[in-house]
Each structure stands twice: as C-alpha cells, then as structure tokens.
Design a protein around this ligand. Structure first.
Ligand code: SR1
Ligand code: MG
Length: 446
C-alpha cells in the first residue's frame, strides 16, 4: 500500500553560528514593540539600545545577548551558537564556549510560531513561561532546569543546559527502559501542583496566582486542537492518512464523543485547581541515568490554572504511545522478547504513575492542608480519586488528538510503513475513545 504521509507541523533545519569577532552596532530592521508588527528601519547606536525592543535574534545576537546578560562567559569571542530546538513554537539555542565546554540554553519567543509563519502568538508568553519555571524550580528543583535570566522585552529565557539528559520520547521510541519513571513523573506532578491548590494555599493566595498565570491565548490552542477539532474538523485542519480516513472519521466524529469532549473542554476551562504544566507529553521530559534515573521537565508555556488530571492524563497517554510504537513498529530493531520486556515495564510505570500520585498526593494533602473544612481524610481521598478519573478521560483526548489532529506525535509521524502506522493509530483511538467515555473502567485495570 502506498501513500503520501502528511506529517504534522514542519520541523525546520538546525543552524550553527560561531562568533569570532566583536561586531559594531549596525542598522537593522526593528519592530514597533513587544508584540508589534515590523515598523521599518531603526538605527541602534549603543549596545544598550540593541536589545531594547523585540525582534527575532540571529546567532550573533544570541551570543552577544548571553554575554551581556549573564556572567557565564568571560568573553563573547569564539562562542558557538547552535539552534537545537525542534518544537513547534519557539527558538531554542545552545551557546557553548569550546575551550571549557561550558554552555547555556537561550529560548526566544517570536511573534510567529516556529513552524507556521501564519501562526501569530504574543511573545509575552515567554515571561509567563519564565515565571512558571521559577515557580516549579522553587517547588521541585530536582525536576526543573534552573533559570539564570529572563527578559520580557526580548521574550528570552536563559537557563541551565540539560544537555547531559536525553529527550524521553526519543529514548522510549528506542525501547529504552527507565526504572522508576512513573514514580518520578507522579512526584513532579505532586510537588509542582498540590502546593498551589486551594486546600493548601487558601483561596486568596490561590486567586492571585490564578490571575498571574492566566493564559487564554495558549489555552485556546489546546481547546481547539485537543477538544474541538478532533471530533468535528470544523476548521478542516485535521490531518489523516488517506488509508485510515474513513475508519478514523467514523470512530471519532460521533455525537457521543462530541458531547464527552464538550464536557471535558468545559472542565479544562472552568476548573482552576492548580498551576498545571499544560503540555506534559514525553517530548517535554528529559531523562538521564547517572546513579539512578533522573528527569527534568521543560516547556511549560501552556501552563495555567487548570485541572491537575490534565497533566497526569498527558503523561499516561504518551506512555501508551510509547507502548504502541514499540509493539507495532518493526523499525525499532528490538527483538520480540525485548518488546515484551518493554511492554511489561511500561505497564508497570503506568501503574506506578497513578498509585504513587495517589499515595504521595494524599499524604502531602493530609500534612499540608490548612483550611479547616478540607482537613478531612474522606475529602482528600475523593479529591485524589477525582483527579485520577479526570486524568483517564484527558488521556483519552490526548491519544485521539495526536492521531487525527494537526499537531501529531513522533510515534505516529515517525512510522513510515502504512500498515504499522494504521495499527498504532487504530489502537490509540480504540483506547482513547474508551478512556474518554469510561475512564474509570480503565483505571480498574491499572
Ligand atoms: C501550535 S502548537 C501545537 C501543539 O504543540 C504543543 O507542544 C502543544 O501540544 C500544542 O497542542
Ligand atoms: Mg512544547
């Protein structure tokens, strides 16, 4: 069977730039303001003006910016800047001093998204992401890269280079096993979300944070891509394999799922339970094995006050994608027994994700809940149970949307054999629809 496989968003090529000599200030096209459209040419006479209004930096700008805004490097000569990001939205660079191998990461948000020049997003998202990273680092430093500098005007974050870690999604697709992964991700969610909930923080402080972290622009992307488009394709943006089109549309464009998706969208929009990551797929997680498994979680630009189950459900969905990829894709070069081992392991991690979240979450809440009426063991038990049920349903929406929607996942787009891809897509959607409609049954199987 032959087919043109349309991928998700285009991922651009990477660029490398080496800085060899100090440049003079020069004439360059500038933009009107933080979110402004191009406003013609501006002459920058002094270095202090050079980063005074937002524009998308080049490699040389990045090197000079890092040199001027941190004490990390003793000179800006001979530094190397590589664009290392492969995400949909922002630009990510590694700046290295080849002499001592010291490096940092700079992430910049532009007015256009990286993969779609027509996709306008306010660069103000960068300042919010920096605040989220700082908040998460305060709560769980072992799980988050350290932020060295952030700049609202240039929409820049300079952070610790976690280059000794590898992307979890890519590692799982190789069939790599990381004992304790589910526990670590459960702990990340417990430590970064539960301290910021109403029962622990009290409603006044929680309300302030809710406003501080409001994120309507990015939430709208999730609302459309996760809850709306996969069930009606109103904007005609879904991307389907022609060979699987009829099957997928029959399975997903149904009145029952439209109603269930609407209920979940309503919950996503109207349950400000805590500051959640908002895009906690395995590509946002980096992993390292040095005297045990360690993880770092990045990219919380979709963060907002929402249901904790959305984060837990995203992790579960991407464990399932890894499981299906390793099961169906012959391209992994794994033997049958290695595949079986991976399947047993990942199922154990799904289990640990939920049990550790429940156990450590409940004990945290029992210890830290201040507000009188919430200090009630039965309430805490139910609170955790509700998050688990939400998670199962949200995991279903994540599985479905990555198959039929426009923003896919490598476990789908990385499969070039049509039969294998169809098998993964159908299994994901069969599980996804079940989890949306009867997630609690799924939880019993864990
Ligand atoms: C335009 S953004 C598309 C997707 O990429 C992000 O990682 C989020 O998952 C979003 O839905
Ligand atoms: Mg991301």
């Amino acid at each position: 069977m032959r087919s043109q496989i349309r991928q998700g968003f285009f991922k651009g090529a990477q660029t490398v730039c080496a800085k060899t000599a100090r440049r003079q200030p020069k004439v360059r096209q500038g933009r009107g303001g933080l979110c402004g459209k191009p406003s013609g040419f501006a002459i920058y006479y002094g270095e202090d003006m050079r980063f005074g209004s937002h524009y998308k930096m080049t490699g040389d700008d990045v090197i000079d910016y890092v040199f001027e805004h941190t004490n990390f490097f003793s000179s800006n000569e001979n530094l190397i800047c590589e664009e290392i990001g492969d995400g949909n939205i922002n630009y990510v660079y590694r700046i290295t001093d080849p002499k001592n191998k010291k490096s940092v990461i700079l992430k910049q948000a532009d007015v256009q998204t990286r993969v779609r020049p027509d996709g306008y997003l306010s660069p103000e998202r960068s300042a919010r992401e920096a605040e989220v990273l700082k908040t998460e680092f305060r709560l769980a430093p072992e799980f988050v890269p350290e932020i060295f500098h952030s700049d609202k005007t240039m929409a820049v974050i300079i952070m610790e280079d976690i280059g000794s870690y590898s992307n979890l999604k890519k590692e799982l697709m190789k069939g790599r096993i990381f004992p304790g992964l589910g526990t670590l991700l459960a702990r990340f969610i417990v430590k970064t979300t539960l301290p910021l909930t109403g029962p622990v923080l009290g409603s006044a402080e929680k309300t302030e944070l809710m406003f501080k972290f409001r994120n309507p622009e990015l939430c709208k992307i999730t609302e459309d891509l996760v809850f709306t488009h996969p069930y009606n394709d109103l904007r005609k943006r879904n991307i389907v394999l022609p060979e699987n089109k009829d099957w997928l549309e029959k399975k997903l464009y149904t009145k029952e799922l439209q109603c269930k998706a609407a209920r979940l969208k309503e919950k996503f929009d109207n349950y400000p339970q805590s500051l959640i990551h908002g895009d906690l797929h395995s590509g946002s997680v980096f992993v390292q094995e040095r005297g045990g498994v360690h993880i770092k979680v990045i990219d919380p630009e979709f963060a907002f006050y929402g249901p904790i189950g959305y984060d837990l459900g995203n992790v579960l969905a991407h464990f399932i994608f890894a499981e299906l990829y390793v099961k169906h894709c012959r391209g992994t070069d794994l033997s049958t027994s290695e595949k079986e081992k991976f399947s047993i392991w990942i199922n154990g991690e799904k289990n640990a994700l939920f049990t550790v979240f429940a156990e450590e979450g409940a004990s945290y809440l029992r210890a830290k809940t201040e507000c009188g009426i919430y200090r009630n063991d039965d309430f805490i038990k139910q609170y955790i149970e509700d998050i688990k049920n939400d998670a199962a349903a949200f995991a279903g929406t994540e599985l479905n949307r990555r198959v039929i929607g426009s923003a896919k996942t490598a476990e789908i787009t990385g499969v070039h054999n049509i039969e294998e891809r169809i098998a993964i897509e159908r299994d994901a959607v069969i599980i996804g629809t079940k989890m949306m409609t009867s997630g609690c049954l799924f939880l019993k199987g864990l």
